[in-house]
Structures are given as structure tokens and as C-alpha cells.
Design a protein around this ligand. Structure first.
Ligand SMILES: [Zn+2]
Ligand SMILES: [Zn+2]
Length: 344
């Protein structure tokens, strides 16, 4: 089968690999769509994990083989995969910190080599410990929608970390595909959203996706402008890996507000801040990483009912052999690009 193999930093090669062989507790899935995710881009660009690997974890496809001991799935089922499933039993799981669970950190979907998602290949093997995360895609929905479950899950998980009440106001920094999902999901929950981005077309989209106001983060005195319209912000969600944006957000929110970091996944960042804002003003600086598999049903309902219609987010699709071009576009978005997906 064809697969795009990571051979080192910024080195992806189209290679021929054997179709994965499955064991009795596993599924073989023919990949139809796999989203390009910023976390994979970072691994590929900075070479943070040893090669070789086949990345791609936002995967949807069709089951072509079912292991003898697997129940509940049939050949022909259209499914969305979940590559991480927590044990639900360890210290972290008992504290709902699933992304820190050792079992969760194991990747259970692979096209070969060290498991890394495998969605940039024709077929993937789904291991027993992630079967619980496999979701069937309803007839009327597309593989592209199925491939969006994972990113939507990460956003919903983060939203649930915020103690916001209806009518509260939240600042969403960055209106890429993730930021727009935050804007929409918060709006659906009755939260007023103030959006910022550097790209004017994304500001227009933010308004379409429910934001009350959208401000260009590149203009001077942006903080001032936002403050004059929204003097009170109850939360800020930073969906871009900008340290300055975190400090701005810390300054802009009111006492007792939460500032949630969603994109600071690269180690080594630092910032100096007035710590009394945390002690005296009780502002909480929190983060959210990856998904929560216990939300998968709610996520599937949100996406497949199209209450959160993810289809307009997918602006570009690329065939498998052009995966490197897909990753380049996703890492340097054009004014009209949002979510980039590899399709087969
Ligand atoms: Zn992802
Ligand atoms: Zn656990």
C-alpha cells in the first residue's frame, strides 16, 4: 500500500509498505479522509519524535477486515477512529486528566512502524485498546465530517474546563479552524464571544460563526479597543502559540477569570508575569491538551446532527501522495484556507 513516511525533520516520503496484518481483536480500516493536525505538523517540522513513523490521527474510513474476536463492527461500516483511549482507572483518569494517563499516551492506530496514527496511508490497523473510541458515521454524513470528530473533541474538552455561565463573555484568540470551533461551541452554550485574528477574512468568518465582535490583533491598541467595547472578559482562550497573546489575555480578563492555553505544545516557552494577578485577582492560568474519549458520544452528536456544521471549515483537500503539500498549507495558512484534509 502507499504510505507517507516521516523519515526525519521536514522529510516525508511516499513509500510502499505492507498492508498491516491484524490480530483477532483488531480492525483493518481503509482510510478515506485524514485531517492535518498542528500537533503532527510540529512533530514533523521539529523532529521531536524519532523516525520512521506514519502520522495522521484524524482518520475516517471503511472497515475492510474484522478480527474474529471483535464484536459490534462489520466489514463495510464507515467509521471515525480515535487513536487514544485512557484506562479510566489510574490516578490521572480518576481526576479526569485523561491526557496524562500512561495508557492514553499509547497510540492504538497504525500503518506500520512505531504507532503514530497512520492516517497518511491507505490502510490502518486499529488495536484492541482503542476499539472503544471507534464511532460509526451515519449514512447521511461524510468521511470528512467523521475526520473532524477528534479536533472537535479537543475543543469541547477544553470548553468543559471553563466555568462559564450563560451570558458571560469570552475572548477567543485566533480564528483558525480550532478558534472558529471554540467560537461556535461557546456561542451554542450562550456565551458571548469576542474574537481576534491577524487575517481579515478570518475575522469575517468569526462573525458568521457567532462572535459578537471581531478585532484585528495586528492593529495598534487592540487591547484598548476591545476594552472600550467589552470592559469585562470572563475567560480567554488562546488558540495560537503566541506568548505575547497569553500576557495580553492575562491583562485583559477580569479577576477570577480563566485563561486557557490550547496551542502552547512546544516545550521551552516562558513568560514573565505579575503573579499577584493569580493570587490577588484569582485569575486561573490553565491548559487543555488532546481529547477526552468519554465525550465522544456528545461530540459525535454535535457534529453529525450538524448543530456544529464542520463542513465549511474544510477548505482544502489533497490526495495522499500530496500529503507534504497539505502539511505545508496547514502550517502556513493562506487567507482562504482553514482545515486541510488528505483524502483517498
Ligand atoms: Zn488532531
Ligand atoms: Zn488512566
Amino acid at each position: 500500500m502507499a504510505a507517507v513516511v516521516y523519515r526525519g525533520p521536514d522529510d516525508l516520503r511516499l513509500e510502499t509498505l505492507p498492508v498491516p496484518r491484524i490480530q483477532s481483536g483488531e480492525l483493518l480500516v481503509k482510510v478515506a479522509a485524514c485531517g492535518v493536525c498542528p500537533t503532527d505538523i510540529k512533530k514533523i517540522h521539529y523532529g521531536t519524535v524519532p523516525p520512521p513513523r506514519v502520522f495522521g490521527h484524524e482518520t475516517a474510513g471503511t472497515i475492510v477486515k474484522v478480527g474474529a474476536r471483535v464484536r459490534g463492527f462489520r466489514v463495510g461500516d464507515r467509521v471515525a477512529l480515535h487513536h487514544h483511549v485512557p484506562c479510566l482507572d489510574c490516578h490521572f483518569c480518576r481526576h479526569q486528566a485523561f491526557a496524562q494517563c500512561a495508557g492514553y499516551k499509547r497510540t492504538g492506530v497504525t500503518a506500520g512502524f512505531e504507532p503514530a496514527g497512520g492516517g497518511y496511508a491507505e490502510y490502518v490497523r486499529v488495536m484492541p485498546f482503542v476499539l472503544a473510541g471507534v464511532v460509526k458515521i451515519p449514512q447521511r454524513n461524510t468521511f470528512l465530517e467523521g475526520a473532524m470528530l477528534e479536533p472537535v473533541n479537543t475543543v469541547l474538552k477544553a470548553v468543559k474546563r471553563l466555568r462559564l455561565l450563560r451570558e458571560d463573555t469570552a475572548l477567543v484568540v485566533g480564528q483558525g479552524p480550532i478558534g472558529l470551533m471554540f467560537t461556535k461551541i461557546l456561542t451554542l452554550r450562550g456565551i458571548k464571544v469576542v474574537a481576534t485574528d491577524l487575517i481579515p477574512s478570518r475575522l469575517k468568518l468569526a462573525l458568521k460563526w457567532g462572535a459578537r465582535r471581531a478585532f484585528n490583533a495586528g492593529q495598534p491598541a487592540m487591547i484598548h479597543k476591545i476594552r472600550s467595547v467589552y470592559p469585562v472578559l470572563d475567560a480567554a482562550i488562546v488558540t495560537v502559540p503566541s506568548d505575547a497573546a497569553v500576557l495580553d489575555a492575562m491583562e485583559m480578563v477580569r479577576g477570577s477569570a480563566q485563561i486557557l492555553l490550547f496551542a502552547h505544545t512546544k516545550k521551552g516557552g516562558s513568560a514573565s508575569m505579575d503573579l499577584s494577578s493569580i493570587c490577588l485577582e484569582e485569575k486561573d492560568l490553565i491548559g487543555s491538551y488532546s481529547s477526552d474519549y468519554t465525550l465522544q458520544k456528545e461530540v459525535a452528536h454535535l457534529v453529525f446532527s450538524r448543530r456544529l456544521d464542520v463542513r465549511p471549515l474544510i477548505t482544502h483537500t489533497f490526495p495522499l501522495k500530496e500529503t507534504p503539500a497539505a502539511i505545508t498549507l496547514a502550517s502556513k495558512p493562506s487567507p482562504n484556507s482553514l482545515k486541510v484534509v488528505v483524502v483517498q
